[in-house]
Design a protein around this ligand. Structure first.
Ligand code: 6PG
Length: 241
């Protein structure tokens, strides 16, 4: 297993650990670079962390005018759809912090998938420059029970993409179109933080951390120069050492 592992006794302390990590990195990035760029993870695991980050004791420590939020992936649905990762972040975090609207760079899930992917690549180019690959200060990622992360699923062509920064793909298993950042972008990040919670993730986490899992999408997140950290609770880690 590569990276540093931080284990928390339960979901609330895990959420606080992630919120504190975000604040620490953001304060440092803003001090050094005058801005902090973070790609948010979707799904349900990050909800408590985003809600905790929105609390005054964390959010009050950041200059939100210097924070730029992006998404690691999105479902190809309108922003009001309950499946939208943007909607989840808006409800838990964005509505509670003074981040300027222009600093929130959502993936346009309501557009035709290929157009949405192309547009998001343009957004990244405008925020990070046309080259080299965007280097996020922090890339937040979740872990699916099949070992996927962002919307990079086992066996998907998106997993092998080396040129494009954003791709659209139809996920058979979910019967859903998704947008996702590609491995070159994930691995260019200065900091990558996986957040994994719950006993249902115990088996896949053990596999991702084992030799048998090296080809799983989550195991292929190996930052080129950045730091990889795993924020997990005891339920997810199980008896792993
Ligand atoms: C998504 C996520 C995805 C998620 C995992 C885990 O859009 O669903 O980006 O990669 O992180 O599927 O999802 P849960 O946190 O809901 O278990």
């Amino acid at each position: 297993m590569n990276g540093e592992v931080r284990v928390y006794p339960d979901a609330p302390t895990l959420a606080r650990g992630v919120a504190q990590h975000i604040v620490t990195l953001a304060i440092d990035a803003i001090a050094q670079e005058k801005r902090f760029t973070m790609a948010l993870a979707g799904g349900s695991t990050p909800r408590p962390a985003y809600a905790t980050l929105a609390e005054a004791r964390y959010a009050g420590r950041l200059d939100w005018s210097r924070v730029h939020l992006f998404w690691g992936d999105e479902r190809c649905v309108p922003s009001e759809d309950p499946r939208s990762n943007y909607r989840m972040a808006r409800e838990t975090l964005l509505e509670a912090v003074p981040i300027p609207e222009e600093n929130v760079h959502r993936m346009r899930g309501e557009l035709p998938p290929e157009e949405a992917a192309a547009r998001y690549a343009e957004v990244l180019a405008s925020c990070f420059g046309p080259s080299p690959v965007p280097r996020f200060d922090l890339m937040l990622l979740g872990l699916g029970e099949d070992g996927h992360t962002a919307s990079l699923f086992p066996g998907s062509p998106a997993l092998e993409e080396r040129e494009r920064w954003v791709v659209a793909q139809y996920v058979e298993r979910l019967a859903e179109w998704r947008l996702t950042l590609t491995l070159p972008v994930l691995n260019a990040a200065k900091n990558v933080a996986f957040v994994v919670s719950g006993a249902e993730k115990r088996e896949i986490l053990a596999k991702v951390w084992s030799e048998a899992g090296v080809q799983l999408p989550a195991a292929r997140v190996r930052p080129d120069a950045g730091r990889l950290r795993w924020f997990v609770d005891v339920e997810a880690r199980g008896g792993l050492v």
